[in-house]
Design a protein around this ligand. Structure first.
Ligand SMILES: C[C@@](CO)(OP(=O)(O)O)[C@H](O)COP(=O)(O)OP(=O)(O)OC[C@H]1O[C@@H](n2ccc(N)nc2=O)[C@H](O)[C@@H]1O
Ligand SMILES: Nc1ncnc2c1ncn2[C@@H]1O[C@H](COP(=O)(O)OP(=O)(O)O)[C@@H](O)[C@H]1O
Length: 281
């Protein structure tokens, strides 16, 4: 028996930082979607627990107990075996939740393999603020420090996404620390949208509050945003999470793919990926 779980890239279409808790964690209000670009995990029965990391973005990803996949496995009752393979396609520490999405995929895969319920919500949150939302890979509104999640709006039938990462790792705590103003307005209720253009118009009124501090720490983010914004048909260019990955929105996947064909050869060291929204339905 082999269980396969896809771990899609997370995109913060908006990221409003609305306050800070006494323990230092920030309060967020974020519209999150997922892309059909991501990592692939397989789970097979085995006497011992093991993790093998493969794929084009495997380099530098920990294979020991620091890997969020093994941290997720440790939340289940008892010591059980599984041979886990993580086929890594997403850049790490990139603001698109690669590790968090892997952790959520591991929770789902091991729950099925071991016939155990998912760990309780506090345990899931202890893996990372992004892990609860990654357990529900569809349009979601995320609040609190990441634990308060509810279904988001229905996305337009047709839209294209471009993801671009300049290969610079940005530390999430460092970006939060560099944020000058912690109390910013929350996001209005996201309505449904009839098209990607109408959606982008609404999103343009919203913000990623982590973009200015991330740009100060990694000025190349400005170049990435400019490159995306200059492509034909780009409706919105913004950074995701704490960066440095930025996204572009387009009316169709074909337009996102055309933009990727412009940017990739001009910046061979950047990770450039066209995608569509991912949804488990
Ligand atoms: C900023 C976001 C937005 O979706 O995305 P990424 O840039 O990581 O993709 C997330 O909140 C990140 O989630 P995640 O990466 O799981 O965070 P954690 O491991 O729990 O926390 C890393 C560090 O970020 C800071 N942190 C994180 C979440 C939060 N609500 N407030 C914070 O201040 C803390 O300094 C914490 O030590
Ligand atoms: N499965 C994993 N994939 C990627 N990084 C991981 C994984 N498990 C642990 N890590 C560690 O987590 C850190 C943050 O990775 P990631 O979740 O991809 O970033 P972000 O939170 O910015 O989206 C990395 O620096 C890496 O060392």
């Amino acid at each position: 028996m082999t269980i396969r779980v896809f771990a899609p890239a997370k995109i913060n279409l908006t990221l409003h930082v609305t306050g800070q808790r006494p323990d230092g964690y920030h309060l967020l209000d974020s519209l999150v979607i997922f892309a059909d670009a991501g990592d692939r995990l397989t789970f097979r029965p085995a006497a011992d627990l093991s993790l093998t990391v493969t794929g084009p973005r495997a380099e530098g990803v920990p294979t020991d107990g620091r890997n969020l996949v093994l941290k997720a496995a440790a939340l289940f009752e008892g010591e059980q075996g599984a041979a886990i393979t993580l086929d890594k396609h997403l850049p790490a520490a990139a603001g698109i939740g690669g590790g968090s999405s892997d952790a959520a995929a591991a929770l789902r895969g091991l729950s099925a393999l071991w016939h155990q319920p998912l760990p309780d919500p506090d345990a899931v949150l202890s893996l990372g603020a992004d892990v609860p939302v990654c357990l529900h890979p569809r349009a979601m509104r995320m609040r609190g420090v990441g634990e308060d999640i509810l279904p988001g709006p229905v996305l337009p039938d047709r839209m294209g996404i471009l993801l671009v990462n300049p290969g610079v790792e940005v530390s999430t705590p460092a970006v939060f620390k560099a944020l000058s103003r912690k109390e910013n307005p929350s996001m209005p209720h996201p309505p449904g949208w009839s098209s990607a253009a109408v959606m982008a118009h609404w999103l343009a009124e919203q913000r990623n509050d982590l973009e200015p501090p991330a740009r100060r720490l990694a000025p190349v983010i400005r170049e990435v945003l400019d490159a995306i914004a200059a492509t034909e048909g780009c409706l919105l260019a913004r950074m995701s999470g704490s960066g440095a990955t930025c996204f572009g929105l387009y009316d169709s996947r074909a337009e996102a793919e055309a933009a990727a064909r412009i940017i990739a050869p001009a910046a061979p060291h950047w990770w450039v990926q066209a995608a569509s929204p991912y949804s488990t339905g």
